[in-house]
Write a protein that binds this ligand. Structure first.
Ligand code: COI
Length: 356
């Protein structure tokens, strides 16, 4: 792959003055990475350029048929000044899984890490250093053919933008309230549920909006066929601790293969805590709650990290979990994962990647 060129902005922006109040996803840095794809030529013209609007035709296929994929990961500034990424190869491998489903040409994961490292090198002063903050990284690919027939595009942009962020939820580490969705569905096996593509999030908006109107933070999706198996929460995978065992829905094609999910499972196994990946019905959760065996519930995600769940509402049933307080496993996982990410703790499973 060719060299990555760098063009620096002549009008740098002011950086956020107060790292205590960094909103999620509103502040963008001075530069972005971009690369083009044309059939015949492949991926080419890799460059870091000043952040700004993309040239895009109103007929660009992404605008009409949603042919796009994205990823989410974070860069952290460790106390000793190192810049750390968390398992970036997992994100870029997953991006190619998404590409395959959306008929988008793959990109070498090693090159994507190189491109990201170059962008981060240019933007390193934008990485916040306050605990709980990070530089959120959003790589994405969009179809840019100006064409209205339905087929895969022949041209694409691969872009990486970055933004300094604090916690995803206003609740921070305080437990969130989740609404179990019984009317709408997110995905079915054979569809795109396992893929990180905008359409899955577009499909979630109405349910999310209605849940928020009732003061719930996000929805918990049930499977689209029988409406009884637990899938995932809006922007997170979900875990339950039932009678000493931590369970999470198995990956069966309709839920996202989260990197924080994978890391959580690996860390729990490392701690010799029993874990199970399997089908879980909402009835099982309700029964465990009734019998006092639902010890904890939490979501996992890059943006959300570990987010304890304090209440589930399913129809008329309200399940309050661990008195609406964060439980010990959620706390330990949060402290461990963020401790590794911020370079404060040992990294026994070798997850961090230093940007040099
Ligand atoms: C992430 O956790 O990085 C995600 O991609 C969720 C996002 C939709 C906010």
């Amino acid at each position: 792959m060719a060299e990555i060129s760098v063009e620096l902005t002549k009008t740098p922006k002011a950086k956020p003055a107060d790292e205590h109040h960094l909103p999620f996803g509103d502040i963008f840095t001075d530069h972005m990475f971009i690369m083009d794809y044309d059939d015949g030529q492949g991926w080419h013209d890799a460059r870091v350029v000043p952040y700004g609007p993309l040239p895009i035709d109103p007929a660009a296929m992404v605008l009409h048929y949603g042919q796009e994929v994205f990823e989410g990961l974070k860069a952290y500034k460790a106390q000793d000044g190192r810049i750390l990424l968390f398992r970036p190869e997992e994100n870029f491998k997953r991006m190619n899984v998404s590409n395959e489903r959306l008929c988008i040409p793959p990109i070498d994961p090693e090159f994507m890490i190189e491109a990201l490292s170059k962008l981060i090198e240019v933007e390193k002063d934008w990485i916040p250093s306050l605990e709980g903050t990070s530089l959120y990284i959003r790589p994405f690919i969009i179809a840019t053919d100006a064409h209205l027939g339905v087929r895969p595009s022949h041209h694409y942009y691969f872009v990486i933008i970055v933004c300094p962020v604090g916690a995803y939820y206003p609740e921070g580490l305080n437990p969130v309230k989740i609404y179990v969705e019984t009317q709408y569905v997110r995905a079915v096996k054979g569809g795109m549920g396992y893929v990180k593509t905008g359409g899955n999030y577009a499909a979630s908006l109405k349910a999310q909006h209605e849940a928020e109107e009732q003061a719930y933070t996000q929805v918990l999706w049930l499977d689209g066929v029988e409406r009884k198996y637990i899938e995932e929460v809006g922007t997170m995978n979900v875990f339950f601790k039932i009678n000493g065992t931590v369970v999470t829905p198995a990956l069966q094609g309709s839920i996202l293969s989260g990197i924080t999910r994978k890391s959580t499972l690996e860390m729990l196994r490392h701690w010799n805590i029993p874990v199970e990946e399997r089908r879980i019905t909402i009835d099982e959760i309700a029964k465990a709650a009734d019998e006092g065996q639902l010890d904890e519930a939490f979501g996992t995600g890059t943006a959300a990290v570990i987010s304890p769940i304090g209440e589930l509402k399913w129809g008329e049933k309200h399940m309050v979990i661990n008195n609406g307080e964060i439980g010990p496993i959620s706390h330990r996982l949060y402290d461990t994962l963020t401790g590794i990410q911020w370079g404060k703790r040992d990294d026994p499973l070798h997850w961090t990647y230093e940007v040099k």
